[in-house]
Design a binder for this molecule. Structure first.
Ligand code: ADP
Ligand code: MG
Length: 667
């Protein structure tokens, strides 16, 4: 195999196996194993940080205690004598003789220095940035640096390079060799950042090229067009208990067009909670059913799957399609019955959890899969799903809308449909910001509201008090409110450190109105639906992203009554206050996330979803968002030139190969 390549670096079997343990088997792997941090060596002489040059005044002494050793040596630093101690470096003794110049890194107390490092060269020779690598025991940073240098010189111009010359010029990048040198052996921080930018861009470009190419391939794929009667569809839509909103109609038309195209659909349907995505998804399922294909709707939890199932059942009650629910809690016999019916084509639409796509589940002719964002499939999983049917379309739903630019940059190859408008009759949540953290300004409203039988959410950013943060905690607010409303109203507490069972109990009590005031952290964001709760109070609101506040606020006003959201904040800076005031007169999740994106960057907007979007090794989809977006535009441009003028074919052929072998970004 590639073992031959490592041979060029070392003959030591031990070292070679260390490389393999680190996932390194080629020279390319070696040079792409980048430092995870840099130590900067700059003179410093403070108690808790010493980086200084010294002269050894007498031979070092070593003391052993079991396997541990302590080395002690007298050193002259800035014309004063210091005793330097370092542990477990007894092997340095032979080098520390009278007159030797060393660099000491550590801490001091009086004239005693405890060193973490003792370098056998003067400070001038050490100054600058030092790469620190993630390595297995037995390999040091210094050894590894040596291998990198050697590997770089061996590979030379055969380095894998994905950035065409014109794009390098566009951004002022040097060749890849130079950028790698800058990242491994930077003279200063600026140089390292410059080199890193090139490498991150390359990673993003490769990702975007892959995504764009997959999209193109999908669009050109000769699949089977699904055919259904629009007349029948319209007749069905007429049976719904309401008229579709304009945005729902538009989303449906986009989805229907995809379904009717021979190519596979891969569409992202975004819309605030309550904007009516479920209806749209059931119409997609119905179109697919009318085309004589089976459809599947997948939810992240059993509770949600059951809810969806009930909703679909009521929508489809006047049709004769057969609908089923598949969740983990069914008995083996029930499950097997469903498997059998799916395989025979006796079930038209199945709703369930990820149980839907286990290996033993076979479909007769699966044509559409709808999931929510928690199940964003990678290319490989999509491939697996595709194998469950001949002509499977995908629709992914998201209730946390993000700006289109962000969605496109991050989700690469998807098409996007958006629902902005809420169904008619829904009253926007009346939102008001108050400076400080007192309920006084709205206390009389709160009390009259409770007296009328209403229920309230109170949200805090912390669970427990923490002396480092002067913030309201859930437990503190819970205690205070319990005391205040004692004998009148029941207060409940809900937070992420509670057991699932306790949480469920509290939520049930709130649902059953045994609790009137629910003090909670953001755990309440997901999956709670209490129609009688029409007031929300958020403490330290500046601590939340606007998109989070928007999500939280979506918990109230679900029963069609006027609802209220009070934002409390001690923040004094203008930006924070502006943001909270923005919430007072904006209710469209897109506008809010667009504003958040502009003011606070993509991290704020993506919030909890950050983990899902970062499939990159070097770059960070959020911190390096601009670079990611540039790479997307460049990838689109490159692919266009490829089709028009056959340019960049060497890059595209590698991408094609990678997609085929499932190598890059296909998870
Ligand atoms: P989402 O899935 O986006 O959270 P749903 O599809 O569950 O939203 O819709 C929320 C509520 O609004 C449901 O009770 C649904 O029946 C209702 N609804 C959906 N579309 C409309 C509409 N066009 N007009 C009136 N009510 C609607
Ligand atoms: Mg299609």
């Amino acid at each position: 195999m590639h073992m031959d390549e490592l041979k060029k670096l070392t003959t030591s079997e031990k070292r070679k196996s260390l490389f393999l343990e680190m996932g390194i088997s080629t020279l390319q792997d070696v040079v792409m194993h980048l430092p995870y941090r840099y130590d900067e060596i700059e003179e410093c002489f403070e108690d808790d940080k010493v980086i200084a040059e010294g002269t050894v005044l007498e031979n070092a002494k070593v003391f052993f205690k079991g396997r541990l050793s302590r080395l002690s040596v007298k050193v002259l630093i800035k014309n004063e004598e210091y005793t330097v101690t370092i542990f477990n470096r007894h092997f340095l003794r032979q080098h520390l003789s009278l007159g030797k110049i060393v660099t000491i890194i550590g801490k001091k107390e009086g004239h005693r220095i405890t060193a973490s490092q003792l370098l056998l060269k003067g400070l001038d020779e050490q100054k600058g940035m030092h790469s620190v690598y993630s390595l297995k025991e037995g390999m040091t940073d210094k050894m590894f640096s040596g291998y990198v240098k050697k590997a770089l010189s061996l590979i030379g111009d055969k380095l894998e390079d994905f950035v065409p010359l014109d794009y390098k010029r566009k951004y002022g990048f040097k060749d890849k060799y130079a950028s790698l040198m800058k990242v491994h052996f930077p003279k200063n921080k600026e140089e390292m950042i410059e080199g890193m930018k090139h490498l991150k861009y390359e990673e993003f470009l490769k990702f975007q090229l892959t995504m764009q190419y997959i999209k193109l391939e999908r669009e050109q794929e000769a699949g089977i067009a699904k055919i259904f009667s629009h007349q029948e569809m319209n007749a069905f839509i007429k049976t719904l208990p309401f008229k579709l909103t304009i945005d729902q109609q538009k989303a449906c038309l986009e989805i229907f067009a995809d379904i009717e195209k021979p190519a596979m659909m891969y569409r992202f349907l975004q819309g605030d909670v309550g904007s009516g995505k479920t209806v749209v998804s059931s119409l997609a399922l119905y179109a697919n059913y009318l085309s004589h294909y089976q459809g599947a709707l997948m939810a992240p939890t059993e509770v949600l799957a059951t809810q969806h199932y009930e909703t679909l059942k009521s929508f489809f009650k006047n049709t004769d399609l057969s609908l089923a629910l598949l969740v983990g809690s069914l008995s083996i016999k029930e499950k097997e019955d469903i498997y059998e019916k799916l395989e025979q084509g006796e079930i038209d639409i199945i709703v369930g959890t990820h149980a839907l796509f286990q290996e033993k589940v076979n479909y007769k002719n699966l044509g559409l899969v709808i999931t929510d964002e928690q199940h964003r499939f990678g290319v490989r999983q999509r491939q697996a799903l595709k194998n469950k049917g001949k002509n499977v379309d995908f629709l992914l739903m998201s209730a946390t809308p993000i700006p289109r630019t962000l969605a496109l940059a991050i989700f690469g190859d998807m098409d996007v449909s958006e629902i902005h408008s809420m169904p008619a009759g829904r009253l926007p949540v009346k939102t008001k910001y108050f400076k400080g953290n007192s309920m006084k300004p709205f206390l009389s409203h709160l009390i009259s509201y409770l007296n009328e039988g209403g229920q309230v959410y109170v949200i805090t950013s912390m669970i427990e008090d923490n002396e480092d943060y002067p913030l309201k905690s859930a437990t503190q607010v819970y205690d205070a409110m319990s005391r205040y409303f004692k004998g009148h109203y029941q207060v409940g507490l809900l937070h992420g450190n509670m057991k699932e069972e306790e949480k469920r109990q509290v939520m049930n009590d709130f649902h059953d109105r045994k609790i009137q005031i629910l003090v909670s952290t953001t755990v309440v964001e997901v999956g709670i639906d209490v129609k009688n709760a029409n007031m929300m109070i958020i403490y330290d609101a500046e601590r939340f992203g606007l998109s989070s506040i928007h999500q939280l606020r979506g918990r109230v006003g679900r029963g069609g009554e006027q609802s209220y959201c009070y934002l409390l904040s001690n923040a004094t800076n203008k930006e924070a206050i502006d943001r909270l005031q923005f919430m007072e007169n904006h209710t469209d999740g897109y506008e809010i996330s667009q504003y958040d994106l502009e003011i606070r960057g993509p991290g704020e907007v993506l919030g909890q979803r950050q983990s899902g979007v970062n499939q990159f090794v070097l770059g960070d989809a959020i911190k390096d968002f601009d670079l990611l977006r540039m790479a997307r535009n460049d990838a689109i441009e490159m692919i266009e030139s490829y089709y028009k003028y056959n340019e960049y074919s060497e890059y595209l052929s590698v991408i094609k190969q990678n997609i085929k072998t499932g190598n890059e970004y296909v998870d």
